[in-house]
Design a protein around this ligand. Sequence first.
Ligand SMILES: NC(=O)c1ccc[n+]([C@@H]2O[C@H](COP(=O)([O-])OP(=O)(O)OC[C@H]3O[C@@H](n4cnc5c(N)ncnc54)[C@H](OP(=O)(O)O)[C@@H]3O)[C@@H](O)[C@H]2O)c1
Length: 276
Amino acid sequence: MTQRKVAVVTGSNKGIGFGIVRGLCKKFDGDVYLTARDETRGQEAVASLEKEGLKPKFHQLNIDDLASIQRLRDFLKSTYGGLDVLVNNAAIAYKAAATEPFSEQAEVSCRVNVFGVINTCNELFPLLRPHARVVHVSSFVAKMVTDKNATVKKIFGDSKLTQEGLIDLVNDFVKCAKAGNHEAKGYANTAYGMTKVAVSALTGIQQQQFNKDPREDIIVNSADPGYVNTDMSSGKGKKTIDQGAIEPLACALLPANVGAPKGETITSGTKVLPVF
Ligand SMILES: NC(=O)c1ccc[n+]([C@@H]2O[C@H](COP(=O)([O-])OP(=O)(O)OC[C@H]3O[C@@H](n4cnc5c(N)ncnc54)[C@H](OP(=O)(O)O)[C@@H]3O)[C@@H](O)[C@H]2O)c1
């Protein structure tokens, strides 16, 4: 087993995740895993960074497939005996012109963007070493939702909310979306936005758990990359992927025993984005 530190970035064959891997390869003192649900796309992305003189490693990871997450967990455990940086970047977003019914968009978005992240955390958190850093790539859209929707802000921002309570809320949102009454019940009419609110809420809940964890100084934050030129934004974002990677990288590389940010959603450097 190697003594080297190790970082993992989900959904990093393209877009902001690819930029985060590039940045970690330059700044993180350890092995950096570019992961992708599709092996070929992942290996092509690794080859492209190798042409820049960087040396990312590759592992397959589909966050929508528990067996895939568990294969990565077992590999990390046997090869490194732990994990030092986890960046939960992978996510999906339906386009505004998507023809899938809202009920389907809500179910699939929550399955990948929320439950995929929770499953990844549940499987990989036991591997985190002291001083580990976890980053969820969230979005300014989370704040846009809570600014416009007092009910969402109140129930997802409840300081007593637990992970189980959050899962119940997200399942209830999906159930209401299928019944067509999600807005009447106080939820926002955006599947993607609701998933990013949930991820920001998850961040605070997880940090409360880490604060009680016997492993020293484990920190989780969400990072808003801004509006970035990727396939998700249909190329409309103004930032490059390297600019979008700045906030996630700042969170991933927080120095040991730093006081803040902890359990926050951050934006523009390390400024706190008050989602709740
Ligand atoms: N772009 C923006 O302006 C913006 C703004 C705020 C926040 N964000 C957030 O930034 C993150 C990255 O977004 P992006 O703009 O870079 O999007 P992107 O270009 O669409 O890239 C998304 C990445 O996630 C992967 N992915 C999707 N589902 C997956 C799954 N089940 N398992 C593993 N990987 C999966 C994709 O893989 P495939 O290639 O196989 O599809 C791709 O590598 C997301 O969390 C997004 O919500 C983006």
